[in-house]
Unconditional design. Sequence first.
Length: 146
Amino acid sequence: MNTNQKGFTLIESLIVLSIFMIISSITVFSLKPQHSAMEDEAFLTQLKADLYYAQQYAISHQHEVSVVFVPEQYRYNMFLRPELPPIVQRNYSTNIYLTEGSIPLYFKFLNDGNVNKFGTFIIQTKNKIYVITVLIGKGRFYVKEY
């Protein structure tokens, strides 16, 4: 029998396996903050798109569109009347917290695209705080990061 067999010993295999596990765990932990930042960006992009849609819907259909945030249920709705199904109903991550600023978490886009209330409300995530400002006039709004 040949005693010079080619292959790896158990200890060599375990060392290689443990190095692989350490490198892969470092990669997983470094990707976690990126996921949170991407989740924030996706939420803000979707919210802006939905607000623009509600405003355009109000103008094109000549009907008021209500925007209602329900932070306890992590969702927001946009509807014509409460008894009708919403034109937009969106759930968002439980890592995102909305709070009132100078306006409540409820306003309307009027049929000319203006808003019935103006001011700010706050969006807080794990990493950052954003303030959405709804301007008087043409129903414009912008998001500022703090």
